[in-house]
Design a binder for this molecule. Structure first.
Ligand code: DGI
Ligand code: FE
Ligand code: FE
Length: 192
C-alpha cells in the first residue's frame, strides 16, 4: 500500500496528537530498518498502522479479544495492551493488510514477545523513541539505538517494567518473556 493512502486511513482513525506520534514512529522505523537491515516497506506500513485501534471503545476491544480467541490472559491485564492485538486484527479486516510479519509487528508492539523478529523490534523501538517521546530514560535508549537494536529494546522493556512496578501495576507475561529472552541473547548464556 502507498504511504499517502495508508496515512490518510489512519488519520481518520486517530486524534491529531496520535497522528503526529504515528508519523514520528514511521520516520523512526524507516531509519531503524535501514540501520539494522529490516524491510523498510514493511516497517513503514507496520508503523503507520501500529496504533490503528488506539481509540476503539474498550468494550469493542474486549468483544474482539474474546470472539477472535486471542490470548485469554489479555483480558486480565491492562487495557492499554489491547489496542495492539485488536489493531492487528482490524488492520487485516478493515484495511486489507495480509502480510503476517506486518500484522505480528502491530500485534506485539506494546507487549513484546519471546523471539521478537527484526521487524517486531524495529516497530517496538520506534514507538518508544520517536521524536515526540520525552519520558525518563528515552535519551539513553535513543543513543543505544544508534548501535545495538537488542540492547535498545531491552532498555525500553526494562524502563516499561520499572514504570509499571512503581505504579503497582500488573506486568503482562509476554513483556517479561521478551525481556528475559533478549537479555539472555545479549549476555550469551545463563549468567542470571
Ligand atoms: O500506544 P502507545 O501509547 O504509543 O504506546 P504502547 O503501545 O507502547 O502502550 C501504551 C502503554 O501500555 C505503555 O506506556 C505501558 C502500558 N502497559 C500496561 N501494561 C503493560 C504495558 N506495557 C507493556 N509493555 N507491558 C505491560 O504489561
Ligand atoms: Fe500503541
Ligand atoms: Fe504508538
Amino acid at each position: 500500500m502507498e504511504r499517502t493512502k495508508a496515512l490518510q486511513i489512519v488519520k481518520e482513525a486517530l486524534t491529531e496528537k496520535r497522528y503526529i506520534h504515528t508519523v514520528g514512529v514511521m520516520e523512526t522505523a524507516i531509519q531503524l530498518a535501514n540501520r539494522f537491515g529490516a524491510d523498510t516497506q514493511k516497517a513503514e506500513i507496520a508503523a503507520i498502522f501500529h496504533d490503528y485501534a488506539k481509540f476503539r471503545p474498550v468494550e469493542e476491544m474486549r468483544h474482539i479479544i474474546i470472539t477472535q480467541h486471542m490470548a485469554s490472559d489479555l483480558v486480565e491485564h491492562n487495557e492499554e495492551l489491547w489496542h495492539a492485538p485488536v489493531g492487528a486484527f482490524l488492520v487485516e479486516k478493515e484495511v486489507g493488510v495480509k502480510d503476517s510479519e506486518i500484522l505480528d509487528a502491530i500485534k506485539y508492539h506494546t507487549s513484546g514477545r519471546i523471539n521478537m523478529t527484526l521487524l517486531d523490534k524495529v516497530i517496538f523501538l520506534a514507538d518508544y523513541i520517536e521524536p515526540g517521546r520525552d519520558f525518563p530514560g528515552v535519551e539513553e535508549v535513543r543513543q543505544s539505538a544508534k548501535e545495538n537494536l537488542d540492547i535498545a529494546v531491552v532498555q525500553s522493556l526494562r524502563n516499561t517494567i520499572q514504570f509499571l512496578l512503581k505504579r503497582n501495576q500488573r506486568i503482562y507475561p509476554k513483556t517479561v518473556d521478551a525481556y528475559n529472552d533478549l537479555l539472555l541473547k545479549i549476555k550469551g548464556g545463563n549468567k542470571g
